[in-house]
Write a protein that binds this ligand. Sequence first.
Ligand SMILES: O=C[C@H](O)[C@H](O)COP(=O)(O)O
Ligand SMILES: C=C(OP(=O)(O)O)C(=O)O
Ligand SMILES: [Mn+2]
Length: 455
Amino acid sequence: MSHNAPLSDVPLSDVLAGLDEWMSLPIKQQPNWPDPVRVARVRQELATQPPLVFAGEVDQLRERLAAAAAGKAFVLQGGDCAETFEGATADNIRNRVKTILQMAVILTYGASTPVVKMGRMAGQFAKPRSSDSETRDGVTLPAYRGDIVNGYDFTEQSRTPDPQRILDGYHMASSTLNLVRAFTQGGFADLREVHSWNSGFAATPANQRYERVAKEIDRAIKFMEAAGADFDALKRVEFYTGHEALLMDYERPMTRVDSRTHQPYNTSSHFLWIGERTRDLDGAHVDFLSRVRNPIGVKLGPSTTPDTMRELVERLDPHREPGRLTFITRMGAGKIRDALPPLLEAAAGLESTPLWVTDPMHGNGITTPSGYKTRRFDDVVDEVTGFFESHRAAGTHPGGIHVELTGDDVTECLGGSEHIDEETLSTRYESLCDPRLNHKQSLELAFLVAEQLSA
Ligand SMILES: O=C[C@H](O)[C@H](O)COP(=O)(O)O
Ligand SMILES: C=C(OP(=O)(O)O)C(=O)O
Ligand SMILES: [Mn+2]
């Protein structure tokens, strides 16, 4: 029997042994910890900490993703490229949650589709890098790999990987998730608050357009209330977390055997994805994630062949379980119309039902002459359009969108209705890794996606 069988026929000792199989496989993008003994101690301590999510929630998300894969819902995943410890403030978390809620309203209302809301939040602390090191003014130090590994400051001390950061990352994820749960379960995310999510954001065409949608929703709710509808269910909103499962010294200790089902769940997050750089078929990440019950995503870049995709299905979704596997394509605006159709065609013969999500960010990175990593809003929109076109042509379901965004008024991506240009980038560029859509650009994108969805 395959190791990730949906039914728990595998002896517990085999399950536990399997969870460490990755250690014997090639692995990429892990830090060079200077003191492995300290890391081992941290791993042990982390393994004793309470889980961040409950396995039942994870199962519920799998059902929601299955609905999206079947064209009955749409998934919205968004958040920072790299969450930071310093950025885990109430204001910052609230603005990101508000932005995702607003985008979800635009999509739900504009396209009459249920939206599965998921943050790149509460654990998005580890980053894969193109280069292991960074050189500035002749000084070479280890690359910044995310706050869960090392610091961004360009000093030897800060860039040296520090395992204490793994525990700090756990606590940051825990407090972030606590606030996210408070907002989404305590009334803040109630659809009757649809106007208040817009407050605090500057008046712009996108916000004004949002206000108009909010007014219409308000009127509809008032009408239904007057007609006797009970809206208590609106008080609570399902909101899930996801991050790239990259740092094995975090992901493994957070993986626990569920007492109800005797199956392993990665309790650091509801959803986990494997990055473009670590999805080797015979590598550690694919093996490890094939053994946990969480729904799993895999990033697919433009060079992905149908064979690779088929093999990923075999390894990660051998039982063809709806909701289990999400392909997050990140092809680039210029490539998606050529690169995605062969994958959609090949998937049709597999009896698998992967959820197809577009990440219109990571294939569209450019660096300005002054050294800023950025993306053009128009390229982001073009990739999203290419995603919808490809699915329409193939008769498959465009199931969701995955974006790097913030609720703040940063200037990291070029364009949008505010026409951020190369000179403006430096005024408020805050990301420590990839450029994010700001609040207005996020709403603008949501309106465009809603149009595509309802086309
Ligand atoms: O977020 C994705 C990657 O970590 C990022 O794009 C890598 O960036 P780099 O090429 O600057 O290392
Ligand atoms: C590293 C990322 O993406 P990818 O693996 O697609 O490059 C990311 O999502 O930040
Ligand atoms: Mn990124």
